[in-house]
Design a protein around this ligand. Sequence first.
Ligand SMILES: Cc1cc2nc3c(=O)[nH]c(=O)nc-3n(C[C@H](O)[C@H](O)[C@H](O)COP(=O)(O)O)c2cc1C
Length: 391
Amino acid sequence: MLKNILVGICGSIAGYKSPLIIRELQKKDYPVKVMMTEAAQNFISPRVLQYLLRDEIYSESFNSYQNFKIPHIDAAQWADLILISPASANTIAKLSLGISDNLLTSTLLAFQGPVLIAPAMNSKMWENPKTQEHVENLKKRGRVIIYPETGELACGTTGSGRLAELSKIILEVEKALTPPLLKNLKVVVSAGGSCEYIDQVRVITNLSSGKMGVSFARNAYLHHAKEVSLVHSPSVPPPGGIKSIPSLISDEFRKNLEVEAEHSDLLIMSAAISDFKPLNPVSGKIPRKDNLSLNLVSNPDIVAGLKKKFPHLFVLGFALETENYIDKARQKIKQKNLDMILVNSLQSLNNECADAWLLNNQGEILCEFKNTAKNIIAQRTLKIIADQLST
Ligand SMILES: Cc1cc2nc3c(=O)[nH]c(=O)nc-3n(C[C@H](O)[C@H](O)[C@H](O)COP(=O)(O)O)c2cc1C
């Protein structure tokens, strides 16, 4: 069942972004309630949020006082997670000191679950040693700080203190609600299709969208992997929170993967690296002509090479086949010395969903996915890998 999220809003100009955060959480089906400080109501009307929620907002004038409910206890018991966004310097200081002089700070004192704090303020306020001291103090007490970004601020200056991107805030909420299956593990994921130069303008490539790899990288991050690096083709948008290493040609993929794999525990090799490349890429641009023959040579097998070089790595290989899926997957496991393989059908290419089979290094089928969202495939596969790594 999805967890209850209480969004606390403080008196910051970034309050105008709160409806977007609430909408995004609602789209993901989380039950959401909102609590506003007095100052927050100067920046965004409670009415907007009431209409979004189709519910009353918790505030100093919350009318359940009339029903003899105790709102801060009520809210603290209802919530599974509290997100304070935007968090003002004032509320951060109060939380650090344990002050409870309004509904939001009282609720936080009464709440024992995960608290995420997304500060937003002028850069001088953010960089003030007192603010930093309070942030450190809250961090030490297990509060998750969603650090602000550097950029244009509402006060007209440029600097640190801008509320973190919406996608980053949502990612951190989901992470806080996801079991830490990959804690202490470093994960490297490859995604997208490689290119090979024909001349300095043209390339040969493939239709891999990188969606499977991005789903794995995102889910590894959500399951609290110590570090996630994504070696990806430049057309693949990397999710937030993840080390992004854009790579174009297969040789770049290989070199970048070698650097990352050396210090990683788990390799998810979902990129479609070209099996062939032009023997002699032409310098400059080949002029238009009626016929052109390309002489292709095979590329080195990157995943087999990585497993050989770093035998400690747990390697999940990928295959895309058009027939005899299981037999071909079993052959690849042996040829490349893989720990597991996920074999996909052709329909999976550049699609949100996939037909796929997960096999272990004995060639046994561990899981079968029929037209399943790549996000779900990534979640289930990572759970199976985590179980295997922990035994
Ligand atoms: C126009 C204006 C903009 C403000 N923007 C911010 C802000 O972005 N971040 C912040 O921490 N405080 C900001 N403040 C100050 C807070 O609103 C003030 O400290 C208030 O007491 C915060 O109360 P709260 O923590 O109970 O919400 C702003 C004040 C004004 C008048």
